[in-house]
Design a protein around this ligand. Structure first.
Ligand code: SF4
Length: 319
């Protein structure tokens, strides 16, 4: 029997990246080893900006499928690879296109502002896309007399209603990760670590956000912990973010918050979709040049307009 050939995935990915003129983009919620290997690590807005201006021929997107679709929409001529096509998103699934089309018809005089965590079909039905980094700034730029539908995240929507004072109609969607953090565990952690300050992503429900001293996008939470280096933090978002936080502030102490146990999952604070990716799958998608994102030209054309609008409005008011 021939000895099994061991592949050094990291080395092979570096080789393929050079040979293919590929760029590897990774979200902060990816496994540590993927973040360490990527050319750029960021939140949805950072990665959309990187994708929009890359000169690489191939984009390897280590995140979830809707993010890779966004990269394809902004770069229709490029090959956009995903390590695992099953990397979906519960928030995206909570907003099916046909149901949203009917919902939108009920509010035909409203403009549609959509969080980037949605399918290409929903993007195509939107007027402006936002991320958690730029949502507040973009909504403030919309004339006060324009009525707004905000989709798909009801918690981010409710947070933005509170921050901006805009009375928006909210789609009833949510993310399983942020929705399932346990308030009881949060309070328990805070009691055990009274010096720690709670920082939270606005996809969390209001009963969790009210405990936080700082609320913001993943990039904003990382910046906040860096600005308060040496501190202690209880972090209410997907725990993949702690890798970058620890790298930037090695002297700080970070605690992630357990989720509410249920089903087969004891601690549901990790995104099951983000964690589908692995070095092995990255290697295989690069060597096979598949799976790749494919979308119709017509869909990409319609979805590109609100995405470009977001990039334009974010540039107008830096976030
Ligand atoms: S953390 Fe939530 S919103 Fe983000 S990809 Fe996972 S399921 Fe979707």
């Amino acid at each position: 029997m021939l000895p099994a050939v061991r592949i050094d995935y990291e080395e092979e990915i570096h080789r393929l990246r050079r040979e293919m003129n590929a760029v590897i983009l990774a979200h902060y919620y990816q496994e540590d080893e993927i973040q360490d290997l990527a050319d750029y690590v960021g939140d949805s807005l950072d990665l959309a900006r990187r994708a929009a201006r890359t000169e690489a021929d191939v984009i390897v997107f280590c995140g979830v499928r809707f993010m890779a679709e966004g990269a394809k929409i902004l770069n229709p001529e490029k090959l956009v690879l995903v390590p695992d096509m099953k990397a979906g998103c519960s928030l995206e699934e909570s907003c099916p296109p046909e149901a949203f089309r009917q919902f939108k018809e009920q509010y035909s005089d409203h403009m549609v502002v959509t969080y980037i965590n949605c399918s290409a079909e929903i993007k195509a039905m939107s007027d402006i896309i936002v991320t958690s980094s730029n949502a507040e700034s973009i909504i403030r730029q919309i004339p006060a007399d324009r009525k707004i539908i905000f989709a798909p995240d009801k918690y981010l929507g409710a947070y933005l209603v509170k921050k901006t004072g805009r009375d928006m109609v909210l789609w009833n969607g949510s993310c399983i990760v942020h929705e399932r953090f346990s308030e009881q565990e949060l309070v328990r952690l805070k009691t055990r670590h009274p010096q720690a300050c709670i920082i939270a992503h606005p996809e969390c429900p209001e009963q969790l956000l009210r405990h936080a001293v700082h609320i913001g996008s993943t990039s904003s939470l990382i910046r906040f912990s860096e600005q308060h280096a040496g501190g202690e933090f209880i972090v209410l978002t997907e725990p993949g973010i702690l890798h970058e936080m620890k790298k930037r502030s090695p002297g700080s102490i970070f605690h992630d918050v357990p989720g509410v146990s249920g089903g087969t999952c004891v601690s549901c604070n990790s995104c099951p979709y983000m964690k589908l990716n692995s070095l092995e799958k990255i290697y295989h998608c690069m060597i096979n040049r598949a799976p790749a994102i494919t979308l119709s030209d017509e869909l990409m054309k319609r979805a590109r307009l609100p995405l470009e609008k977001m990039l334009e409005m974010s540039a107008a008011k830096p976030v």
